[in-house]
Design a protein around this ligand. Sequence first.
Ligand SMILES: NC(=O)c1ccc[n+]([C@@H]2O[C@H](COP(=O)([O-])OP(=O)(O)OC[C@H]3O[C@@H](n4cnc5c(N)ncnc54)[C@H](OP(=O)(O)O)[C@@H]3O)[C@@H](O)[C@H]2O)c1
Length: 215
Amino acid sequence: MIILIFGATGSVGASVLDACLNASIVGEVRAVTRRPLMETSPKLRTYVHKDFLNYATVEEAFRGVDACLFCLGISAMQVSQEEYRTISYSYPLAAANFLKAKSPGAFFHYISGAGTSANSRQEWARVKAQTEHDLIELLDADCWRPAFIDARPSASLPKLYALLQPVGKLLKPFPSLYVHGHDLGRAMLQAGVENLRCRIFENSEIRHIAARANF
Ligand SMILES: NC(=O)c1ccc[n+]([C@@H]2O[C@H](COP(=O)([O-])OP(=O)(O)OC[C@H]3O[C@@H](n4cnc5c(N)ncnc54)[C@H](OP(=O)(O)O)[C@@H]3O)[C@@H](O)[C@H]2O)c1
């Protein structure tokens, strides 16, 4: 499989990237990032890119792709509402449109998060619900709603997040509340193996899908 990944410099994306590099069914990973990756592997190619609304200069990365894992995102606490919408809605839709043109039929996986809902009182949850809806309409995307993701906190996450990390690990026995970042990545790959499309996966199901992966 050829995988295209966004957000690989982040906490979740780095963990998902690891899962891909360690999966025998993955032959190549192309990471589109705004700064170079520390990770090196013969399977990995990095495309440093600036404009996440226009991918014409990295067109090559979008050709021949089997699945795109969109792990780029930001906490609504860190940016204005307008910027949140650009990053959480416009960026994935731009990537999905370009992917559909260059690799028709490729899987598109979008990480929204537990609590995503069109009827939520919280703006972030409504924005992510609209993104899920439009990605499913556009290219039969799969949308992933993890709860706590066990992954090494990145420098860009709010400091509180790193402090809460040890507490989050205590949630491991609860299938609806905890998923390891590697399992999220493995579940995305397994969804391709099982040809699961147009689906929204809550946390427990993510863990079940990952458990079925044998690569
Ligand atoms: N962490 C969790 O437990 C959790 C749970 C549920 C859902 N999620 C969702 O998962 C996604 C990733 O979260 P995370 O915890 O990995 O966050 P993170 O550590 O802050 O990583 C965010 C990633 O997105 C990139 N990014 C952010 N803003 C960008 C921009 N304006 N332009 C280009 N790239 C940008 C970052 O690039 P740089 O490294 O260059 O900044 C980084 O690669 C988010 O949508 C989040 O809501 C996370």
